[in-house]
Ligand binder design. Structure first.
Ligand code: ZN
Ligand code: ZN
Ligand code: FE
Length: 757
């Protein structure tokens, strides 16, 4: 049989996911000789053997690749014949330029959970992992992904681990974080009873303190969690007190899907998402309340399943089926990762601190996702997603999008890959902005990135914009481009779905700076990557108090009511007029009259705020988008009606709707029915405008962008309605529809503008 040699270059998510050992075993099965090697631009394989066998090897490589890997392309070409005596895994070669990918962190696999009860040296080992699972991004300091480049570097493998690491037929062959009870990192607990490193004692102490309503800080994969029994009023209360400025709903970790099903609806697609290796927090519809203070007033609960071996060990001991697991931080600060920080900041607030002595290098929050119709959609890209790239067909090399502000995140282009940073949080917070800059520097190093073109938001005061300008100032030869916020949202949706040409864009959002200097936030546009045209927008309305109007929905309500009723506002019999004093209300009216700190805006978010406050659901927000979330949660699904809207010279006016809502309140229509009719009004509006634009421009692809489309009720109705009218509708799913998606949108626009220079 004639022997031939082939060279393969496999690109995609193929490092840190057991790919080289997989190749090795495959080569052995097909009796091929040669080698495999990690390069910065992918995995290179050279094989010598019978042609037929090499073909079979190639086919298996595609069809049997490990779960968490994702092959983007395989270059497969004949090479000069080279005889090899064996197949081997070669040491990584550092190729400074060119890049391959760093795997996101992977939830512990079923085989490891079984090993945890069977392998002598790993009985209950709380950091067990293998080539198919375990920490990745969070422990990687640099590429290539080898143990010395991770925070496992200080741990010396014991002879057993070493032999598994070196045994090609073992599942832990070349598993970089391999460890066991004898040689690996250990857990440690500090509480009123002192410090212990005895795992059994830790688990018993956790069980006891959780049962007593204690609050614990527990080190996770990408940072610390604050943990309490989800069924303990005491525990939840303590947690609320600690996060006093922040009323955000808490995420829960359930022991398993069956227990969770008692409290939330879980469809098959949602179950797959919950139990996927990414293990995000999944937003699910509530069946019944658990404990006051977890997600008051909301119809959804954010739930995740155990993803670390230690989580499984905890649930083996705990009586409760669910824990509150919220980011270990004070509100709006980055999630804490170091034992020192946690001890400094949390001692006195928590009843115990549980940690382990493997360092978290890259800080990553839990990701948040939901299923809309049958599609998983990610709202916060962090653990399990970051830093996996979005593959595009564009030349993105050297382009940096610095993103927006409230949902800080940047995106860098390497070749055709858009690499999004993990979610960083609100950049206006100093610690968060430091974190953003820190990850920017780390990403530059890890991905060998040098900026050539920096794209920022149009808003000069965003810290992300200032960061962009600073980069341009510090390094000569960097080009700078400003992109309008809502254009970036639509471009982001186009990039997500690989669209070219022109689309109809509906961008419903909080607020972003428009090209005319006013605040925008509800834009209907005709858009391509290069340019856009704003065709319709919500009528401009005063934001009395500026930023304060965003935090206090009742101000928006007064603004809309004043506009609709003038001084007739005083005669309205609605709870808002009775709740606030005449003085408070007339103060707002005079801010508007005198145009003092009352910028005009066309914001969808603020319209939701106004309606939520007029119906008495929410007057002051304690977290972002609280009012819109309460309004969505209030919907009475039996109501089918809707309100009126008017088009006045390309502006969409809701003044008539506001009057109808007040009429409904006066005639005793329930808040749930009003909320439903309000949502339906927006659906009808979108259909009407899409139809009008289609007839005028012949476009029938619709892209949705902006945080408003995280509203599952609205988005599902819009998708159903537009599709039934034969529109193609695109909701971004891999890129968040909210402001975390701004940076990739900036990148895509930058790539096209650069291409046309
Ligand atoms: Zn495993
Ligand atoms: Zn060991
Ligand atoms: Fe936005």
């Amino acid at each position: 049989m004639k022997e031939v040699t082939y060279r393969l270059l496999v690109t995609g998510l193929v490092q840190g996911v057991g790919f080289r050992p997989f190749i090795y075993r495959l080569a052995r099965v097909h009796e091929l000789q040669g080698w495999v090697e990690n390069r910065n631009n992918g995995v290179v394989v050279k094989v010598t053997g019978a042609g037929k066998r090499i073909q079979k090897f190639h086919d298996d490589l595609v069809s049997r690749a490990p779960d968490a890997s994702s092959i983007e392309a395989i270059e497969f070409e004949r090479a000069d014949h080279e005889p090899f005596s064996s197949f081997e895994i070669r040491e990584s070669a550092d190729i400074a330029m060119g890049v391959t990918e760093i795997s996101p962190d992977i939830a512990v696999c079923p085989d490891c959970l079984a090993d945890m009860k069977a392998q002598v040296h790993r009985i209950n080992y709380p950091l067990i992992n293998c080539t198919h699972c375990g920490p990745r991004f969070t422990i990687i300091r640099d590429l290539p992904y080898d143990r010395p480049h991770t925070t496992m570097a200080p741990f010396r493998m014991c002879p057993d681990c070493r032999s598994e690491f070196e045994n090609i037929m073992d599942r832990r062959f070349h598993a970089q974080p391999v460890a066991c009870n004898r040689c690996g990192p250990v857990y440690r607990m500090q509480s009123g009873e002192g410090i212990t490193e005895n795992l059994h004692e830790i688990l018993v102490r956790i069980k006891d303190s959780i049962a007593e309503g204690a609050l614990l800080a527990v080190k996770g994969t990408g940072g610390f969690h604050l943990v309490s029994d989800a069924f303990s009023r005491e525990g939840v209360k303590k947690l609320r007190r600690m996060k006093q400025r922040d009323g955000k709903p808490f995420a829960l970790m359930f022991r398993n899907v069956e227990e969770a099903r008692l409290y939330v609806e879980i469809s098959p697609v949602e179950e797959d998402l919950l139990s996927s290796w990414r293990r995000p927090i999944v937003l699910l519809s509530k069946k019944q309340e658990i404990t006051e203070g977890i997600s008051d007033g909301l119809s959804t609960l954010g739930i995740m399943l155990p993803y670390m071996p230690f989580h499984h060990l905890m649930f083996e001991h705990l009586d409760t089926p669910a824990l509150v697991m919220t980011s270990g931080n004070f509100s709006n600060e980055p999630i804490l990762i170091s034992n020192g920080e946690v001890t400094d900041q949390f001692s006195g607030h928590v009843d115990g601190i549980i940690t382990y002595n493997r360092e978290i290098f890259n800080r990553v929050d839990d990701s948040v996702a939901a299923v809309i119709r049958q599609t998983p959609v990610v709202f916060r890209r962090a653990r399990g997603y970051a830093p996996a790239p979005i593959r595009t067909g564009l030349n993105l090399e050297g382009i940096l999008g610095t993103g927006a502000e409230l949902t800080g995140s940047f995106c860098m282009g390497k070749g055709q890959h858009a690499i999004m940073s993990q979610y960083a949080g609100d950049l206006k917070n100093l610690e968060t902005f430091d974190f953003y800059r820190e990850i920017y520097e780390r990403f530059c190093r890890m991905f060998r990135f040098t900026p050539e073109l920096v794209v920022s938001d149009l808003h000069p005061d965003y810290l992300s914009t200032r960061f962009a300008l600073q980069l341009v100032e510090e390094h000569s030869g960097i080009e700078h481009l400003s992109v309008q916020h809502h254009h970036a949202h639509i471009a982001s949706g186009m990039l997500n779905s690989g669209l070219e040409g022109e689309v109809i864009g509906f961008c419903f959002d909080g607020a972003g700076l428009g090209t005319d200097g006013s605040l925008w936030g509800a834009e209907v546009m005709k858009a391509g990557y290069l340019d856009f045209e704003r065709l319709f927008h919500f009528e401009n309305i005063s934001l009395p108090g500026g930023d304060k109007a965003t935090d206090e929905p009742w101000r928006m309500a007064v603004s809309y009511l004043y506009r609709s009723f003038g001084d007739g506002l005083w005669d309205l019999k609605i709870p808002l007029i009775e709740t606030f004093s005449g003085k408070e209300i007339s103060n707002i009216m005079s801010l508007i009259d005198k145009k003092i700190n009352s910028p005009l805006a066309s914001s969808a978010g603020r319209l939701f705020d106004a309606v939520a406050a007029i119906t008495g659901l929410n007057y002051k927000s304690t977290y972002q988008a609280e009012a819109p979330m309460l309004l969505e949660s209030a919907i009475d699904r039996s109501e089918q009606g809707c309100y009126a809207f008017e088009l006045v010279d390309r502006q969409i006016s809701f003044l008539h709707m506001i009057r109808q809502i007040v009429d409904d309140i006066h005639s005793g229509i329930s808040t749930g029915r009003i909320a439903a009719k309000f949502h339906h009004t927006l659906v009808e509006l979108i259909l009407r405008l899409a139809t009008e634009i289609r007839s005028q421009y012949g476009l029938d692809r619709v892209v949705l962008g902006g945080g408003t489309f995280q509203n599952r009720y609205l988005t599902k109705k819009v998708l159903d309605k537009l599709e039934s009218e034969r529109f193609e509708v695109y909701l971004p799913d891999r890129i968040p529809v909210n402001d975390q998606g701004i940076a990739p949108g900036q990148l895509a626009i930058g790539a096209h503008r650069r291409g046309s220079w």
